[in-house]
Design a protein around this ligand. Structure first.
Ligand SMILES: NC(=O)c1ccc[n+]([C@@H]2O[C@H](COP(=O)([O-])OP(=O)(O)OC[C@H]3O[C@@H](n4cnc5c(N)ncnc54)[C@H](O)[C@@H]3O)[C@@H](O)[C@H]2O)c1
Length: 252
């Protein structure tokens, strides 16, 4: 359990679901972890889970769509731990299921602001630090909706396709600086985000399970292990990948 020994990691959306599972796993693997979330209470809960098991972490409140918050977040990590080795840009929102012509401008703008601009802002300030210190590894959370269309999720799918584009572009730009930038593309994972969705549309739970080759939902820990690999030295020549964690959904 030492894949991230002596590493400093920052995780956005660390108060819930995939972000929380990754924060806990990173701490188990020896990293000092900054748990950032717009919801400070849930970020603090994650920190409590980590410190209760002997790990090191702190919570930070940041809305990733706001440049000031993101700059302060990265600054706080460096102030506390001295550097930034691994960043998991994972905070995201799903919006209500709505077909393309019915989405409101406000909903479209908010989803793009959090899911796409938020990832770009994180990259901007994280890269500044990683270039200065001479290396690092970044993973962005895209989705299978970043690779295929997603019925009734036009803004979400557009934002996640954008995350894949940002990831590939940054990978091409910063590989020579010893910084690797990859994305994970999960299918439906059993997290509070998805539980909320199935409460609104319960008939989709069975359908979602039926159309996945593995006939089940994914678990947050399964995504966390892929993110760990991408951040670790084991993935030392993997750069610009959009790694599916989808049970084979996009292979069909
Ligand atoms: N669960 C899935 O099926 C699934 C599939 C593919 C991709 N994803 C993506 O994985 C990521 C995590 O999703 P999850 O399922 O764990 O969801 P979740 O709702 O359980 O967790 C998301 C976290 O992000 C935080 N957050 C929301 N807006 C924020 C903002 N503006 N600034 C900072 N933090 C903010 C929330 O407070 C929450 O703690 C998201 O980017 C999501 O789009 C999820």
């Amino acid at each position: 359990m030492t894949q991230l020994k002596n590493k400093v990691a920052l995780i956005t959306g660390g108060g819930s679901g995939i972000g929380r599972a990754t924060a806990v796993l990173f701490a188990q693997e020896g990293a000092q972890v900054a748990v950032a979330d717009v919801n400070l209470d849930t970020a603090e809960e994650t920190v409590q889970m980590i410190t209760d098991s002997g790990g090191q972490a702190f919570a930070f409140q940041a809305d990733v769509s706001r440049a000031d918050d993101v700059q302060a977040m990265v600054g706080e990590v460096v102030a506390r731990y001295g550097r930034l080795d691994c960043a998991f840009n994972n905070a995201g929102i799903e919006g209500l299921p709505t077909r393309t012509m019915d989405v409101t401008e406000a909903d479209f703008d908010r989803i793009i602001a959090v899911n796409l601009k938020g990832v770009w802002l994180c990259l901007k300030y994280e890269l500044e630090q990683m270039v200065a210190q001479g290396g690092g590894a970044i993973v962005n959370t895209a989705s299978v909706a970043g690779l295929t269309g997603a019925h009734s999720m036009p803004a979400y799918a557009a934002s996640k396709h954008g995350v894949v584009g940002l990831t590939r572009t940054a990978a091409v730009e910063y590989g020579r600086k010893n910084i690797r930038i990859n994305a994970v593309c999960p299918a439906v994972i059993e997290t509070p985000m998805v539980t909320r969705g199935f409460e609104t549309l319960p008939q989709f739970l069975e359908a979602t399970i039926r159309i996945n080759p593995m006939r089940r939902l994914g678990q947050a820990e399964e995504v966390a292990r892929a993110v760990l690999w991408l951040c670790s030295d084991s993935a030392s020549f993997t750069n610009g990948a959009a790694l599916t964690v989808d049970g084979g959904f996009t292979a069909q």
